[in-house]
Design a protein around this ligand. Sequence first.
Ligand code: ADP
Length: 319
Amino acid sequence: MHRIGVLTSGGDAPGMNASIRAVARTALYHDLEVVGIRRGYEGLLEGDFVPLTRSSVGGIILHGGTILRTARCEAFMRPGGINAAVSKLKENDIDALVVIGGDGSFRGAKELADRGVKVVGIPGTIDNDMAGTDCTIGFDTACNTALECISKLRDTASSHDRMFIVEVMGRHAGFLALETGVACGAEFILVPELPVDLKAISDKIHYAKQRGKTHSLIVLSEGVMHAAELAEKLKGRCDYDPRIVVLGHLQRGGAPSCFDTVLASRLGSAAIDALIGGRSGVMVGRVKGEVVESPIEIAWTDKRTLDPDMLRLVDMLSI
Ligand code: ADP
């Protein structure tokens, strides 16, 4: 093995640059060449390659986004596209590939591994919806970004006696909503994993108001429904005219937190260790503080579930 490719794919996440840097610097440390593949699998199919050197990955560790850019690639989802990608890697003497992305990107990586390509996955998504790691790169930063925004909304909510419904990202998983909701002291956290009980929400808001509470905050995961839809359903059921805020892509940007930067650096380096050690078709993750390797398909075959203790905490602390 003498030349390694690295790409970022799917949704961008803060910390991806720190991960690219760690992959490149660890590989260079071991006298391996590193090729950056721009725009994920799309760039791989088009041969959009750039050599990565010690200096070309300098100054990016704390930058959000990804210097390699990212993309979603339909062509790569078909067998013809995957075979073309294998040929492209061979033509360019790329002996191994590091894929930084979410579970969709890992499914693509598994297809490559099944065709004999040496591949290691690094979990990078703000959704935290992948097994094989306690935390994906970008999740902590996205939580902090959402928290900062919600903290500002709380000021207005309490000054104007208002109810805010804040829609956060997370796709089909409620991790981002649960974490930020607990951190900002939301009265309700609505996640796709649990049914929505409109009566329970309006009753709780009503009793809280009777006890003298003058404002209310609901954190809603985008996988449940849109904030506007929930506001419509709650209108007339509670004593507020709910205001809505959709945080949207704000949550994907910004400089990575200390936690994400360290996680990205450790996992980036571990991915190269795995390849040097002859392992392929694996993902690297951090479980109970330790860096571990797991079969890449664990990311989607095992299902991460919401922590029941966190759910109980919401009930207890929001009275
Ligand atoms: P994420 O990696 O953040 O979950 P996506 O689900 O959009 O993002 O996946 C990113 C890219 O990975 C897709 O555009 C596609 O090129 C590739 N991909 C996703 N699923 C598969 C699959 N089942 N087989 C092959 N490639 C896939």
